[in-house]
Each structure stands twice: as C-alpha cells, then as structure tokens.
Design a binder for this molecule. Structure first.
Ligand SMILES: Cc1ncc(COP(=O)(O)O)c(C=O)c1O
Length: 404
C-alpha cells in the first residue's frame, strides 16, 4: 500500500501528476527516470516483525509481497490522479476486484452489483461469493430507485461500473453514493472505461475506485495490473488481507511499464476520444449498422449524464449490425489494422463480438425485465470496439472491408 504523502507541490495539474506523481530523481545516481527494483527481498538492519499484522505504513521494505519501491511509485501516482488517500495494486484488475469483495465482505453481508459489468466481475459475484455466505443482488444501477429498493440492513457494498461493459450504460456516481451512504454502506466504482482523465469517482462521493491497469492506464497492451484507491483504513485492510495473504501482487516490472504508460495518459485519452467520436459518427451513418452506443454521441440515452460526469468520452464504442455472423467471420479474416481480440484501452484498436445469449445466461444470469432491457439495447450481441490511436482513415477502411 502507498499513502499519498504531504507534498509541497500537491497543487500540480493533472498532466504533471501523470508524469511526475510518485516519482523523484534517484537520490544515489540522480537517474531522472524511475528505477526498476525487481528485488524480492530487502536487507534490514534492525529486528522487524515477521507478521503482516505488525506492519505499519512507515515500515521499511522487507519483502516485495508486502511492498516494493517501484510498485509504491505507481500507487502514489494513482493516489494523486484519483485524489485518494491510499492505493494498493494487484496482479490484475480481477485481483483488485477479488481483493475488495473478499476483504470487505463477511458471511451474511449483502452485495449490490450492477446487472451489467465486466463478465468476470458478474461471474465472481454470482458464482463465488454465495459459497462464502455472501448474498448478492444484481440491479440496473443506472436506475437510482432500483438501487434504493435493493438496499437491505445487511448491505455492505454497492459495486458500480461506469461506463459499463459492454453496452456503455452509465451510472450517476453522485446520486448512487448519496443513496448508499444513507444505509451506511460503501460504494466502489470500476472506472476502467472512464480513466481518471474522464471521471474521478472519489470526488463524486464514492468510497473506492478500482481500475484494470491492463487497459487505458498501462495503455500499450503489454502489462496486466489492477488497483484500488480509497481511504487509508480500507486500503490497509486490502493490503494486509488480500495483497499479503492472498498474494496476487503486481510485478514491479509491470508497475514500471504502467508508470511509463500513465505519463502519456492525458494525450492518449484525447486521441482515443477524438478517434472514437469520428468512428462512432461514421458508424452511425453506415447502412450495415443498426445502433451505435458511445457516450459522446447525442443519441446515447444518457448523453446528459455523460456530459456531466465525464471530462472525456473515452474510446469505447459498441455497435449492433444486421448480419452479425457474416460480419464477424469477415472481421476475423480481413481486418489488418484493427485486431480481432478481447481487451481494450490499448494504443492498437481492438474489436470483439459479445454475444447476448452467452453473456446474459453464463455471466449475468439475466431473466425477465432485466433480460428484455439488455436485449432491447444489445439485440443478439454487440461488437465492442476499442478505438486505438491509429489514423482514423485507416480504421474506417479496415472496418469497411468487414461490414460493407
Ligand atoms: C471494466 C473492467 N473491469 C475489470 C476487468 C478485469 O481486468 P483484468 O483483465 O486486468 O483482470 C476488465 C477486463 O477486461 C474490465 O474491462
């Protein structure tokens, strides 16, 4: 865990934090770029506790599962970008999600989770948590009344993802945080699609913000990681219970790559947004396309909320088409610039088909009204397009080969 130290230049701007946050020239060599400390263990010169329970925030480095200087630099930077007190990184986004669920929920507690989300989160919540005696309700978190109705005395945590995978549904963080806090529960936001360039959930009243660093923050598709930012007291629990005892810590090498990725985050997000807006507008007028979902389009059902809550509309577009089977085959065969692959937020454009039957049955377990709500938006499925930073003309030419 890294806590945000009092810093004389804390008032620096966001882009400056992306570059300098958590970093200083090396005190021994003067190296301007961050050192990569791969050491798993550290020499000590005084007796120190061997148990994580005896560790405090100013303990020296002992063992890299407890804390590592390169990972701490990244955690410090993330604190500054999200405006949080403390941060703990994990080996992946799912590592961060599991840390929150398993460290903060006890048997008998109740979790409210968004009915649409990254499928791994939905599957973990629906399939794994009940085995530990945790009760789970999934709701449409874009509907505040539905969230209010789902709250119980035992509700400890409400999990939001905004914009949410894969239909880019938004949740009003401020409104939901208000409701949840009335019930003495906490709100955690998966802000992977938005990034701190677009939305800083803690400023809007959320208690925790989680990122898959594998996506926009790392930004180059070469390092997996996850992070949770929030109050010291909660992050401390994640460090001791999840990082140290479950053990899914971030590799210092990945932290170093992600630190480098974040240096250009504001520039990249500008590029992602610009490209995505042009691609979404082009797709909307394409005869083979039925519907385009992009928070920056006026046709998005929550465009007003997106304009209020997002300082950047990010680079994720989902769209439905008329002949999905034929188009999917053509994509896998003919795309040359865009990679037909899962994941998102990389400098390379990526596209993937997300099938409604598969998601709603295996991942979300949607039935009745919830299933109809999903189908009315996604039809048989959506192509989820993560607009990269290539020339937009090349992206249009590439997609035209598959969808014309
Ligand atoms: C919104 C969101 N949250 C969490 C995750 C999980 O992150 P990771 O793949 O780094 O474990 C993903 C992965 O795609 C995601 O898209």
């Amino acid at each position: 865990m890294s806590q945000q130290p009092p810093h004389p230049r804390r008032q620096r701007g966001f882009s400056t934090h992306c570059i300098h946050g958590g970093e200083t020239p090396d005190i021994v060599t003067g190296a301007s770029s961050p050192n990569l400390v791969m050491s798993s263990t550290f020499t000590v010169d005084k007796p120190l506790p061997f148990s994580a329970t005896g560790m405090d925030s100013d303990s020296p480095y002992i063992y890299s599962r407890w804390g590592n200087p390169t990972v701490h630099q990244l955690e410090d930077k993330l604190c500054r970008l999200e405006g949080g007190e403390a941060c703990q990184c994990f080996a992946s986004g799912m590592g961060a999600v599991a840390a929150v669920f398993l460290s903060l929920l006890d048997a008998g507690d109740h979790l409210v989770v968004s009915e649409v989300s990254y499928p791994g989160v939905a599957e973990f919540a629906r399939n794994t948590l009940p085995r530990f005696g945790i009760n789970v309700t999934s709701v449409d978190t874009s509907d505040s009344a539905a969230v209010a109705a789902a709250m119980r005395d035992e509700t400890r945590l409400v999990w939001i993802e905004t914009p949410a995978n894969p239909i880019l549904r938004l949740t009003d963080i401020q409104e939901i945080s208000g409701i949840v806090h009335q019930h003495n529960a906490i709100v955690a936001v998966d802000s992977t699609f938005a990034t701190p360039v677009a939305t800083r959930p803690l400023e809007r009243g959320a208690d925790l913000v989680m990122h898959s660093l594998t996506k926009y923050l790392g930004g180059h598709g070469d390092a997996m990681g996850g992070a949770v930012v929030g109050p010291t007291e909660i992050i401390n629990r994640l460090t001791k219970e999840a990082a140290i005892h479950h053990g899914g810590v971030l590799s210092p090498f990945n932290a170093w790559l992600i630190l480098r990725g974040i240096a250009t985050l504001p520039l990249r997000m500008r590029g992602h947004e610009e490209g995505a807006l042009e691609m979404a507008t082009w797709l909307e007028s394409h005869p083979a396309v039925r519907r385009v979902l992009y928070p920056g389009l006026k046709s998005h059902p929550q465009f007003d909320l997106a304009s209020r809550q997002m300082d950047n509309f990010s680079g994720m577009i989902s769209f439905t088409v008329n002949q999905e089977g034929r188009i999917r085959t053509r994509m896998m065969k003919h795309l040359t610039t865009i990679h037909y692959a899962v994941s998102l937020g990389h400098h390379r454009s990526l596209i993937y088909w997300l099938d409604t039957d598969e998601l709603t049955v295996s991942s979300y377990g949607l039935t009745g009204d919830a299933l109809e709500r999903y189908r009315s938006i996604a039809g048989n499925g959506v192509f989820r397009f993560s607009c990269g930073l290539e020339d937009v003309g090349d992206l249009k030419r590439d997609l035209s080969e598959a969808i014309d």
